[in-house]
Design a protein around this ligand. Structure first.
Ligand code: FES
Ligand code: FES
Length: 187
């Protein structure tokens, strides 16, 4: 190809900015079940579950720490399994049950894991706490909370910059006991 045949975006009638504007996917309608409620959203397919929750539904309990899957602050439950909402496309949650920290309590009664976090002072700034609590709920349901070593290992995806780890483990140990006695900690 001759050099003068290469398209030049500086002089082309359709510049680069116009191309970017016209290449994005259009919003699609999705129906999400979050905390037992149905929500209809018009969002682009690339929108993460975290942004759908925080920016479109005003559910700001799930926190944006790193937005790249390394801190765990955005942890929510999908069909009872913990996922990183920043790495999950909202559109992939259609047909599944999403639980956020806002939906964990039972009609105003705190979930045993929330109660245990309060009792054991398992937080300082609180930024990581919603993710820690949801991860801990799933941890017990998974059967990965048999001892401190296991708790440490399976909670390692949830970073706490305030280093409240000893108290978090205490809270999990207590909630694990509640769960083993038939409480709703593994709901
Ligand atoms: Fe999702 Fe950090 S915000 S892992
Ligand atoms: Fe501050 Fe965990 S309580 S980051």
């Amino acid at each position: 190809m001759k050099e003068d045949a290469v398209p030049d975006h500086r002089t082309s009638p359709v510049g680069l900015a116009d191309q970017v504007r016209t290449q994005g996917p259009e919003p699609v309608r999705v129906q999400l079940s979050i905390n037992q409620e149905t929500h209809i959203l018009d969002i682009e397919p690339r929108v993460s579950l975290l942004d759908a929750l925080r920016e479109h539904l005003d559910l700001t309990g799930a926190k944006k720490g790193c937005d790249q899957g390394t801190c765990g602050a955005c942890t929510v439950l999908v069909d009872g399994r913990r996922v990183l909402a920043c790495l999950t496309l909202a559109i992939s949650c259609v047909g599944h049950q999403v639980t956020t920290i806002e939906g964990l309590s039972d009609g105003g009664r705190l979930h045993p894991m929330q109660q245990a976090f309060l009792k054991h002072d398992a937080l300082q700034c609180g930024y990581c706490t919603p993710g820690q609590i949801l991860s801990a709920v799933a941890l017990i349901a998974e059967g990965h909370a048999t001892d401190d070593a296991e708790i440490r290992e399976w909670m390692s995806g949830n970073i706490c910059r305030c280093a409240a780890y000893p108290n978090i483990r205490e809270a999990i140990r207590e909630a694990r006991g509640t769960s083993e006695e038939g409480g709703h900690a593994t709901r």
